[in-house]
Each structure stands twice: as C-alpha cells, then as structure tokens.
Design a binder for this molecule. Structure first.
Ligand code: NAG
Ligand code: NAG
Length: 606
C-alpha cells in the first residue's frame, strides 16, 4: 500500500472512531434515565411563608376544653396553627385496608422504580428545604440550624444510602451448605411483609416520619405512621409530600399514610391485625402499653426508647489533659450533643463523664459558652440581624418543667453544683413560648436521680470519674443503653488501647469514637440494649427487619442429584435402619477422619 493510501485509511479510521464516539455521547445525553427524578409540587402551608404570624392563643395547649380536636400551635411563640381531627378506629381500619390494597401492586415494583420515587423525593426536599424547615420549626419550636441537621441532613442521608446500598441489602443472600447437603443451593430472599407501621415521636417531626417511610416502601411494603399529636400539623404537610412524589411517579399514593390520634385510640392501632411490623419510637412507659397491645396480634416490634447517653472524656495516659485545641474541639461537640434540638434528642448527650483534670478543664470551657446561649424563636425576622441569632429553641411543651426543676433542686441538695440556669424561662418577647434555661449542673453522682432519668432538655450534667473502671461503671450504671460517645487521645498505643477498652466495655447499642452520633449519619443500624429497647432500624439490618426473610433450599444440579431416601431407611424400614442412620450422622458430623470412615462403613453396611 502506498503512503497516500495509508494516510487515507488512517483518516477514515479516525473519522469512524469520532462518529462512534459522538454517537455514544449523544446516546448517553439523550437516553432517558429510568430513575430520573420527576418534578412535582406540594404547596407548603401558608404559615410557612416568612414573617407569618397567626393569632396568639391565650393558653397554648394541644387540648381544647369541650372538643376532641387537636389544637396545633407553635411552641416557640404560642401562635395558633390549626385544628385537626384525631383519627377514629373506623378510619384506622379504612386506612390499613387501603394500604393493603395498594401494596398488592407496589410489591411488584422494581428496585429501579422504587429508587425513582426516592430520587424524586430527594430532589423535592433539596428544592424545598426552606419550607420544610419552617414547618418543622413552627411545629416543634426548634431553630433552623437544628432542623437543617436534625431533619433535612439526616433524611437526605437516609435517602442517599437507600439509593446507593438498599438494593444490595435486599438482594437474595447466598448461604453456605454442608457435607451431607453438598448438592444444595441455599439462599435467603427478602420479601415485603405487607403493611408495616410506625409510631413516631415529636422531636424530629420531618425526619422521624420520613425515616420509616423510606425504608418501608423501599422494601416493597405499604406503611401507616401514627405521628405524635404534638406535631400533627406539620406531619400532614410532610406526608402529603411523599404521597405526591408517589403520584408523580405514577404509583398509588395509598401505600403511605400518616395520622394522629389521642392515646386511647393508639391502642386500637398498635393491636391491629392488619399490620405486620411496628416500629415504636418513644418513651418507656408508653412502650409497655404498646408492647402489651401489640401482643394481642403478636406483631413484630422494633422498640426504640430513650437513653441516658454519656459523653466520656479520657485523659492522656498518666493523667494529663489533652491539648487545649483538642479539648476545645470536644467542648464544641459536647455543646451540640447536649443542646441540639433543646436536648430533645434520643441520642442526645445526657451526661458528661470525665477524668478529674479533664473534668475541671471542661467545666471552665463549657460554663461561659452555656451562659452565652440565647433562647428564642428562630423564625422571628427580629432575630435575623447580625449578633441576634438564636442558639436554642423552645421545648415542645411545658409538661416536663416541674420534673426538671425538682430533679435539679434534689441534686443540688445532695451536693451537685448548679453553675448555669436550672429553671424554666419566661421569655420577654415570647411569653407564651415553652423555654427552659440552658443549664450546667456539675458534681453529679450516680445515685442522684438526675444521673439516672432521661431529661430530654437543655441540661448539661457533669460527672467526675477517677479512672477507666470508674468511667465504665458510671456509664453502665443506668437502666438505659442506647448510644455513647468516647473521646480520648489517639497518640500512643496505650491511649488507643484505653479508647478500645471503653468502647468494648460500655453497655450501649452504638458508640461514636471521638465524635457525637456519627454512627447515625452513616446509616449504621440504630438501636439500644437494656432499657433503651430492642430491634434495629437503619442500615442493612433495618431494611431486612421489614422483610420476610424467606429461606430457600434448592438443588444445585437438579438433573444430576436430588435427595433420595436410601432403601434401608425407607418406610417400612429394614431391620438395620438404625445402624445406617448412625452412619449418616457420623459421616456428616464426625470430628475425626476415623469417625467418618467408621460412619461410612455403617452406611454401606460392611
Ligand atoms: C459501680 O457502681 C455501683 C453503683 O452505680 C457501685 O455500687 C459499685 O460499687 C461500683 N463499682 C466499682 C468497682 O466502682
Ligand atoms: C458494663 O456493661 C457491659 C455490657 O452489659 C458489661 O459487659 C460490662 O461488664 C459492664 N461493666 C461494668 C463495670 O459494669
């Protein structure tokens, strides 16, 4: 071939390759992604518009004398949000029936279709964060930053995890076989349960509602959620978002429902034979009622109660305090762990347990910071200016104030020192809001009630420990066992061994090492031990718990080998059947070669 011919061939080749590449890019660009998010709109309630102010209630309370309706109001200001009708047993029956009917189609959906729904939801949440956060703040009294982290971030994280890893967690799982059953293929398939349920608490009105919904529908279930009557108002908006996302993706929205009711009706729901799994997030006394009620239909329960989570702070080996920078870092994390959402957080830091020198250093760091915390309504445009930000919002209701003040008084009478706060707070600008002064109580000892009971309040309780054993003993010394933070140096093998020792020894379902609640933000299974409940949600375990784990044992080579009963063991059995049966066991499970050979001998009848 001459030179010209070669050049022309090269040119042709380049042209063809370019065309193919362009066609490929065009295909990638024009291809319709079957999981692409669908745009839809769910109008936010008018109360979510900036600067909204409704009528002020004379006496903010969810109960109205002479009415069965739930009165919704903003706990930060006492502004009226609306009246809602609580659900009745009849309506609960109808809701569960609708969910069951809709699940018949939904269970056939593919993971790609379910991911599309979750992506649609993810996009909506990111596009409409402001409105969602305003609704959550109005209804719960928390600040916008608390809502951004505690409502939005953790929810989009759960969506992202489920999008990325959900299918993997629910794919059929191959399991090993054994010598006698060498020809078997063993697997576990995760099938939807049907209609599952959740009773969720008010502390994260958006996240606590969406969390169980995301897992339930991804596993192919329908779900009915009973939300707290304290946050019934925003729950109505939030569940509408999910239902609209389903509709936008051409699915029946009836696979997802939420309702509110008074406690006397809740019993009807939790004992309902139409639900096959119930996640309960709430307090211990209520959990006893729920478990009693669920026992009527023997419904599978996942129970997440509160905790008395400790933040443990270790010394450098030899009793030195960690570097100033490190201690400041830890103090900042403790502040967030204690005061996030006004302390109304199931894995909130309820106790700080530290070694003596470290203990004193921490108090010096925490005291001025806690004194400087500003209470108020974060949605009030008055507080938008520089230097007037709100650190801690209102609590959901004043119901716990008497108890908190009593526990603090009792502790000081027993030798604890109250350094900051310790009482309810009547806010000048929001006299109807439910505020409690951020509190620092130190020198608390394990036998004080405040060291034992969950507070769910902006109260930092400090306990001094003498050594590692004391730290573990104090940490273990409550009825609870939910989460735990362990802070300590990592500079030497001894300090790392100390961190490991504490991590391994604490009675706890979850541990964050040198951090607070990090396990939650990476979707590890969530749950506690002892008085903190049982069962796990989130992560692989959480998804699988919402499924029927169907165990399937089939043949690897069905045309070659299947189980066949040896003639000697067949009914009616031969006289040497016993001998042969022993051979089977010895061949299969003999701990030594000689026993196996002996088994084989029995089996073939020598
Ligand atoms: C552990 O704590 C309990 C009370 O919480 C106390 O009675 C016991 O003496 C402590 N044990 C040790 C070894 O400190
Ligand atoms: C703490 O609790 C764990 C888990 O229940 C237990 O293994 C450990 O022995 C306990 N340690 C102390 C000092 O109570």
């Amino acid at each position: 071939m001459d030179a010209l011919g070669r050049v022309m061939l090269d040119a042709k080749f380049i042209a063809t390759a370019t065309c193919l590449a362009l066609a490929g890019i065009l295909y990638l660009l024009l291809r319709t992604d079957p999981e692409k998010a669908v745009d839809f709109s769910t109008p936010a309630p008018e109360q979510c518009s900036p600067g909204w102010r409704g009528k002020e209630l004379d006496r903010p309370s969810i109960k109205v004398p002479g009415s069965t309706a739930i009165q919704c109001y903003a706990p930060a200001t006492g502004h009226y949000l609306g009246l809602l009708n609580p659900s009745t047993p009849d309506r609960i029956d109808r809701t569960i029936a609708k969910a069951a009917a809709a699940q018949q189609q939904w269970k056939k959906s593919t993971f790609a279709q379910r991911r599309r729904v979750l992506k649609t939801l993810l996009k909506f949440i990111l596009d409409n964060q402001e409105e969602i956060i305003r609704a959550a703040c109005l209804d719960s009294g928390k600040t916008r930053t608390d809502a951004l982290f505690g409502e939005v971030l953790v929810t989009v994280e759960k969506l992202k995890w489920t999008l990325d890893h959900g299918e993997n967690a629910l794919l059929p799982d191959r399991r090993p076989t054994n010598l006698l059953m060498f020809y078997k293929r063993n697997e576990v398939r995760y099938e939807p349960l049907g209609v599952v349920a959740a009773c969720v608490s008010w502390n994260y009105p958006f996240h606590n509602l969406l969390g169980p919904i995301i897992s339930a529908i991804f596993a192919g279930n329908a779900i009915v959620v009973k939300n707290s009557e304290q946050t019934a108002w925003s729950s109505t908006y939030f569940v509408t978002i999910v239902r609209d996302a389903l509709t936008a993706c051409s699915f029946d929205p009836n696979i997802v429902h939420a309702f509110s009711c008074w406690p006397q009706t809740a019993d009807y729901f939790t004992s309902h034979p139409g639900i096959s799994h119930l996640t309960f997030i709430g307090s211990r006394p209520v959990a006893h009622e729920v478990a009693k009620s669920a026992s009527k239909s023997l419904t599978h329960l996942c129970v997440e109660l509160g905790g008395k989570d400790a933040a443990i702070v270790l010394d450098e080996p030899g009793g030195r305090v960690m570097s100033r920078g490190e201690m400041e870092r830890i103090a900042s994390i403790i502040m967030r762990g204690v005061f996030q959402s006004g302390g109304q957080n199931c894995v909130g830091i309820e106790r700080v347990v530290a070694m003596p020198e470290t203990y004193d250093t921490l108090i010096k760091m925490l005291e001025p910071r806690i004194k400087a915390l500003r209470l108020g309504d974060d949605l009030d445009p008055e507080n938008a200016g520089e230097g007037s930000a709100i650190d801690v919002g209102a609590l959901i209701s004043p119901a716990s104030f008497d108890r908190l003040e009593r526990l603090i008084a009792e502790a000081t009478a027993q030798g604890a020192r109250l350094l900051v706060g310790g009482h309810r707070y009547s806010h000048q600008r929001y006299p109807l809001g439910h505020y409690f002064t951020p509190t620092l109580l130190v020198d608390v000892s394990p036998r004080m009630r405040i060291a034992q009971e969950e507070l769910f309040a902006p109260v930092c309780v400090m306990m001094r420990a003498n050594d590692l054993d004391d730290i573990v003993n104090i940490t273990n010394g409550t009825a609870y066992g939910l989460g735990c933070s362990v802070f300590g140096p990592t500079s030497s093998s001894l300090s790392n061994a100390n961190l490991q020792h504490v991590t391994n020894s604490v009675k706890s379902g979850m541990v964050a090492v040198n951090d607070f609640a990090a396990y939650y933000v990476v979707q590890l299974p969530f749950g506690g031990v002892a008085g903190s409940g049982y069962g796990r949600f989130a992560g692989r375990e959480g998804l699988r718990n919402l499924c029927n784990a169907k165990s399937i044992c089939s043949d690897k080579w069905p045309s070659l080998i299947k189980t066949a009963i040896p003639a000697k063991l067949d009914y009616p059995m031969r006289s040497n059947a016993w001998h042969v049966a022993r051979g089977v066991v010895e061949v299969g499970y003999g701990e030594s070669l000689s026993r196996r050979v002996e088994g084989l001998r029995k089996l073939v009848g020598f």
